[in-house]
Design a binder for this molecule. Sequence first.
Ligand code: UDP
Length: 238
Amino acid sequence: MKKIYEGKAKVLYQLEDPETILMVFTNQATALNGKRKEDIAGKAILNTQISTLIFEWLESVGIATQLIKKIDDDRQVVKRLEMIPLEVVVRNRVAGSFAKRFGLEEGGVLSKPTVEFFLKDDELDDPFVNVSQLTSLNKITEEECQTISDLALKINDKLIQLFDEAGLILVDIKFEFGKDSSGNIILGDEISPDNCRLWDKVTEEKLDKDRFRRHLGSLTDAYEEVSKRLDAVIAHQK
Ligand code: UDP
């Protein structure tokens, strides 16, 4: 199989059918934009489980995703997308770089969710970029920005409810989008506690990658808990 992309947490291979890709999750956890790296046994399997659960659930509520199916503990077959090189962050509460940039305490509830774009570029440390800059640089059209922003907010709304039922607060989340062969913009990549912040509703315990970033205890125990709770909520809905 031809390797077509090797990222920090995933490797992609071209499958025989040119419209499909094999997405293999890895155990690697990174922080400080890849400067700190560690292999965490069990992370790949947990993220595959969680991301599959969430993408299948999103499909069931009418959101198109890249996922075709999970085929193994740490593998998914996904649709080939032309990925848009943006990290689209939606925030419901103050945390992380947003807290730092505006000198705010973590945890404050925003009066409405906010969307931010970061250019996906490791060498530049994924710089913040606004719509005017993106369109002037011909990275993307204004209309595409609007579509992505609307879609990100819509998915965020749905996920707030799903996580709430699982006793979790969705603090913030990063999405990646791509275009399918018909030119439709759809949700790609993964959704797992690696790329969103999830706090327990009662204790506000962090159950996401901040445990790794900030040395707050076992990552896999927390991911296991998230997986278990989502599984129970989704099974109950069926
Ligand atoms: N995030 C991500 N990949 C990145 C940067 C951020 O998935 O390269 C996620 C992160 O997990 C969080 C959200 O995007 O859920 C907002 O991250 P933030 O900008 O606060 O940056 P951080 O504090 O993680 O550096």
